[in-house]
Design a protein around this ligand. Sequence first.
Ligand SMILES: [Zn+2]
Length: 661
Amino acid sequence: MKMKKSLIWMLLVPMALGIVSCSDEIDNPVVVTDDKPFDYEQDMDQTVRPGDNFYNYVLGAWLNSDNPSPSIFVQNQLTMNSVMENAVLNNTDPLITAIRQQAELEVADDSKSVALLKERLAMLEAVETSDQLYAAFSKLHELGYNPLFSIKNATNEGRKVWGVLTTGAMGKLMEQLIPMQQPQYVQQFVPQICSVLSNVGYSEERIQQITSNAVVIELLEMQAYISSLSMVKKPELVFSRRAPSTDQQQQLELVYNLMGLDYNEIQDKIDNTAEQLANLLKLFASAPQDAEVLASLRDYMIYKVIEMDCYLMPTVKPNVTVAEMAETTVSPLRYYSYKILTESFGYENIHREECTAIMEQMRQLFIEHIDKLDWMSDATKAQAKHKAQKMEFYIGYPDEWNEAMYPTQVEGTCLLETATQMRQFANKIALQLAGKSLDETRWDIWLTFARFTTDNAFYTTGNNALVILPTWLIAPRFDTTKNEATLYACATTFGHELCHGFDANGAKSDADGKQVNWWTPEDEAAFQTKQQELIALFNQLEAYPGQQANGEYTLRENMADYGGMTLTLELYKRHLEQQGFKKEQMDEQIRKFFIAYAQIWKIEKERSLEELQYQYLTDVHSAAHNRVNGMMRLQDDWYRLYDVKPTDKLYVAPENRVKIW
Ligand SMILES: [Zn+2]
């Protein structure tokens, strides 16, 4: 009797620590499991010690395979392509229906579009003086081609939407370069694009000339674009508006006037990214003094027109499909493209409610964690909690689509005219949103500047808002038919975005997105120490063979990963406890969670060494294997579940496992 009592007492101790009290279940043990599919075993390499390299333990067989299965990133990209095709071909929305019908007719006869295209090209061919060049630039801008420069929207400090003067519009092929950020492909793509000029009567010799002129300017454009992307890595640049120098101000005035905008009127709505555009602005302004520059810019505009229009006409690009023609027509309307893509995914397949529920739990858990921190004063805690409470979540898609964000009918008498109408509309929207507050624009702004395929989840410091778009909320990433461990692994990304609000940079802005220091000096010093510890831990890893990782450069993303992993793991453990999972079954699920987490970053085999090197230099995220290994070694549960020993390569002594939140 006495024995039995102490046995029960031993069993109850872990229960009491683990929230659930369940004396009934001791008498009637019920084994709870999650029998939904978990099919990642085939990628694993059990010969690798998890403590040495968890990434290779989970993915070793995949990494060594001659015929590797595609990663979720690749699967998603393929899904996206087919969903977009489906959207333009089958959506019954009146606008896309009208565009599709027009494209179908023009597959048989595109003469009207071709005539209009030739008219525009002839206007450019006739350019001989700088006045004519600038007039042609104005005309092309009015027609929505945005050669060289365009105004796009960005969000900035204090919940405000800005117009940003940035590089010109990009055609389909160039758009593909953005995620790669590799300007050297310009030399391959521009000749490809220019070659179709032969289909509208251009001689080989003239095409050569246009190509070599266009390459020079396109390289400048791409470099300016990429350096504006890299501003993200220098937050101090993003969050202060820059006053241009006198020279640049004159150059900017010239460009704005030619775009039909009054520089003085729009000043408080436009953020000049003059630094990134310096070379282009200077070149553009020098056209009157330099005949060579003039010829280059003229040829660049010819290239730009053909780049934007070639997918609209079978005469220009033989074998172009109705889907490509329709997609090219609607693509400038990003908001509208989201609408038809979302409808094509099917609302029922986008797990918006599940994600929202997890995010709200995550927010409360984060606040709980803040309350318990031993390194932060009550004053700083109050500010941090206020910021977390006020953070806005934009998840999935808007409750209602805003019809003011896209035209409702087609006005063009041919497809090129219709495409022109769509581009003009997109330009008008960009100007309308500029200068407004986030509260006025709500979803409109996110769906205007985000790229559906690449900007799939993000946090914006200046707005204290996070956005999670459908690519993270659909299968195969978020697949409700799979083991719940995989869903929670996916949710680490949701937590990651939340924690960006409190990363090394996010923590410098307040609940309203304003750059205000809400830290007491002592707390800030303690926070800095923790950051230094995390930097040191990542410096111990390799970015690629032979190259030490850069813990400082990747700090913000590593902090967000750390928060996402820590919060989600705890949420998942609570969820398992609530469902009645017991020790062994629970441990099995947590192992699955760690494995599924590594699976999210199953991508490295699809990257060449050159790409990994490039990523090391330009990407603020850690390499995929470090996003996994670097996080695992901070989690006490991982040491326990995989019997990680001090002799294992990833081992970190308990007192050195950085605990931030
Ligand atoms: Zn991030």
